[in-house]
Write a protein that binds this ligand. Structure first.
Ligand code: FAD
Length: 287
């Protein structure tokens, strides 16, 4: 069922670009710790509508200069012009970047606020392939619990297939806590002829209020047994973290045992939660 059974699982960490020098220093410390785990790459998010364009670029270039782990910038096309995107992509190519996470991006809030020349991620993937050939390895987003704005589940799967046909090499999922949602998504897209690796996105649990807010916005479900336990812990962050590490480690273990081709950790710029899960899984000894 899985197209990459037998190959070594691929592990990666995602960061957001820090807002100030203090955040940049904190991220350097996080990166130094996570570098020791030997991930395949560090990805860096891109704020809606290009709002973090310069900070994303700076963070990516800093990772590239360190030269220990490859950097993979996220690039979102909504609210950008073709010329702006080509300029950014050319900079990344010239700086030796070989992997991109290509997205539509979240729609700007409020009416108006120009959407730019691109409507969907598939158009960005097509542009990258048209102008840069095979230089970049392209990751796209996948939604095992469906994208919140999808017209319906079937159309969402069809739109995912279109991104793959436009030239994506691999996909990273929105986070989920229900391994069956991932398995069902894989079954459906494999039946539609999609063979690329689909890497589960993993969100460690550290702060329930923040997680609940994110999950509402992005359509990821927090199962009732998790919500009830997390609510009961209140302000007891140590218990929230311990429970989170336990639940997410079990999820990752199940995913890898069932043949997931790797894991992509939404690190939230923190090392400890991902490290704890990593150590529970004995990832260094897998593959
Ligand atoms: P698309 O694949 O274009 O899909 C968006 C919606 O449009 C879906 O509902 C889809 O079904 C629908 N659709 C697609 N094609 C068509 C069509 N032809 N006709 C009608 N409907 C269509 N956001 C950021 O702003 N910055 C980031 O750095 C970032 N990183 C992310 C990383 C990962 C791994 C993931 C999973 C998400 C990330 N996001 C990021 C969030 C993402 O930008 C949002 O979820 C966004 O709303 C959709 O982006 P997409 O690339 O999945 O869009």
């Amino acid at each position: 069922m899985n197209s990459v059974v037998g190959s070594k699982p691929l592990f990666s960490f995602e960061f957001f670009p820090p807002k100030n020098e203090e955040g940049a220093e904190r991220l350097r410390r996080t990166r130094a710790r996570l570098t020791e785990l030997g991930p395949a790459y560090f990805s860096v998010t891109f704020g809606a509508g290009g709002s973090t364009r310069d900070r994303t670029l700076e963070t990516v270039l800093e990772i590239q200069r360190e030269g220990r782990v490859a950097a993979a910038p996220h690039v979102s096309c909504i609210s950008s012009t073709r010329a702006e995107l080509l300029d950014l992509l050319t900079t990344y190519r010239d700086q030796g970047v070989r992997r991109l996470v290509a997205l539509r991006g979240d729609l700007p809030s409020g009416a108006g606020g120009g959407l730019g020349e691109f409507r969907y991620a598939a158009e960005l993937v097509a542009l990258i392939r048209e102008r840069f050939g095979d230089h970049f390895s392209i990751e796209v987003a996948a939604y095992p619990e469906f994208h919140p704005q999808a017209q319906n589940a079937e159309k969402d799967l069809e739109h995912f297939r279109q991104k793959v046909e436009a030239g994506a090499d691999s996909a990273i999922t929105q986070y989920f806590y229900n391994a069956d949602a991932y398995a069902a998504f894989l079954d459906r897209v494999r039946a539609m002829g999609v063979t690329i690796p689909i890497i589960p996105g993993i969100m460690p649990v550290t702060n329930y209020t923040q997680l609940a807010r994110f999950s509402d916005a992005c359509g990821a479900e927090i199962p009732r047994f998790m919500r009830k336990r997390l609510e009961a812990y209140g302000d007891d962050t140590a218990s929230i973290r311990a429970f989170g590490v336990d639940v997410v480690s079990r999820l990752c273990e199940r995913l890898l045992d069932n043949g997931a081709p790797g894991l992509h950790f939404y690190s939230m710029n923190q090392a400890a939660p991902s490290e704890a899960i990593w150590n529970n899984l004995g990832i260094g000894n897998r593959g």
